[in-house]
Ligand binder design. Sequence first.
Ligand code: TLP
Length: 341
Amino acid sequence: MIDLRSDTVTKPTLEMREVMAQAEVGDDVFGEDPTVNQLQEHVAKLLGKEAGLFVPSGSMANQISIKAHTQPGDEIVCERGAHLYNYECGGPSFLSGVQVMPLEGKYGVITAEQIEPTIRPNNVHHPKTRLICLENTHNRGGGAIFPIDEIGKIQPLADQHGLRMHLDGARLWNASIATGIPLHEYAQYFDSVSVCFSKGLGAPVGSMITGTADFIRTAHRYRKLFGGGMRQAGVLAAAALHAVENHFNRLKEDHKHARLLAEAIDQIPGLDVDLNAVHTNIIFINIDPSLWNAGDLVDRLKQKNVLVLAESAQRIRVVTHLGITKAHMKEAIQIFKSVVS
Ligand code: TLP
């Protein structure tokens, strides 16, 4: 099977399993797991933040961050396609009692100009705008990179209005590799940044929230409340450390593979890729309705051992990752061609 459904499908490599087996562990709820502590310090430093908190998933990282930044009744601003708004089970309203002001972006990017008029005036009728959430790279935006210049314009606006900034950086690794901009340069604009180890980096489990030491103390409490306190999590932290050290730089391979596939697929009559959106490892393919719908194409590809995801009625998503070689890509392109012809 050539599994292109997500970069979450990667399996731990042999080397990764070995470091997991050797990991020093302790009870992390007591803060006594040396490998978790090492990971938290290492990743916080990479992001230029005071502290980090290891959590089981990207969704939990986002939802704890929202909880720690807001009060029930507040409003948070994000792009309409944001993962934390669309794919986290209504977490902001369920877990934090906040409402979301979703803004229409292009490739997941919203601008300072768009955000400014949505910030609520201080009036007894309105909710309080409290938090701006951005996503980089943007999943539903097709893995597009959020330009750092625009982030640099949004942050002073947040400052001016006393708003906090959170970054869903599940794939910030990809943005950094693609642009050459270090992680900490992106992170400097945000009060909290979450990153995932279980996507392109290929670890089996785990994400991290980073921020000030004070913010992380609050987040720690909410991690316990949300049931995310783990015990001998050092085996997982060891995998994450190995992933950051060994699989971060290689993300450029995934980006090359995605470009190769995107350009070839775009040539196939009936299929269309917006090549301007292909910045990293995600590709959205639009299907001409006179050909098939997304479900049909998913089924036909599956019969030929290629797995992809239907994203909407006429759109599928393909994601490259650690388990995909250039040979897999070439084979997948041939299969797309044969299926569609
Ligand atoms: N994304 C998954 C699915 O949930 C859609 C995927 O296959 O892409 N932020 C972003 C930007 C994400 O893409 C994801 C996962 C998350 C957060 C949540 O991470 P997990 O799955 O660890 O909760």
